[in-house]
Design a protein around this ligand. Structure first.
Ligand code: GLN
Length: 151
């Protein structure tokens, strides 16, 4: 399997899945990028049955939604919560968010409408990898989320 399968299995083997899920449900701020976003989702529409998920975000994701590793790409995204300057985003065999439930805020979409960043209270998810962009604005956004959850 891919990264999210591996992370999920390790989480279960080390007994981290339940404590993590309950801490997140109690308000621990969390940000999942790419495989991490998959782990936060309530469900995937194409994962193998039995893939362990934390299931703490009211979203459905599609793994490898843009194709294989070779179809990885970079693009400029408009992300209103980060201001007017587009955010240069790296998609590395990333997922797409195919459904969002009530309470989920869509933060960014591709030009064709595909949802690629979401927030649900203390939970943030991105289909791309802001940690490899030189632009720190998404990290600043997460720090503000942490502050607002603390208050
Ligand atoms: N494709 C991977 C998965 O499904 C995620 C890729 C990534 O995290 N860069 O788990």
């Amino acid at each position: 399997g891919g990264e999210s399968t591996t992370i999920g299995k390790l989480m279960v083997d080390y007994g981290l899945d339940r404590p993590l899920k309950s801490l997140i449900e109690q308000g621990l701020p969390v940000w999942g990028t790419c495989a991490g976003l998959i782990l936060l989702a309530k469900k995937t529409d194409n994962a193998l049955e039995g893939q362990p998920l934390l299931a703490v975000m009211n979203i459905t994701v599609r793994r490898n939604a843009f194709g294989s590793q070779r179809e990885s790409f970079e693009t400029d995204l408009s992300i209103p919560v980060l201001g007017e300057t587009p955010f240069h985003a790296f998609f590395i065999r990333g997922p797409a968010i195919t459904e969002v439930g009530p309470g989920v805020e869509v933060l960014a979409t591709l030009d064709d409408g595909t949802i690629v960043a979401v927030r649900e209270g203390n939970r943030l998810g991105t289909a791309f990898h802001p940690e490899v962009s030189r632009d720190p604005r998404f990290h600043h956004y997460f720090l503000r989320l942490v502050q607002s959850v603390r208050k």
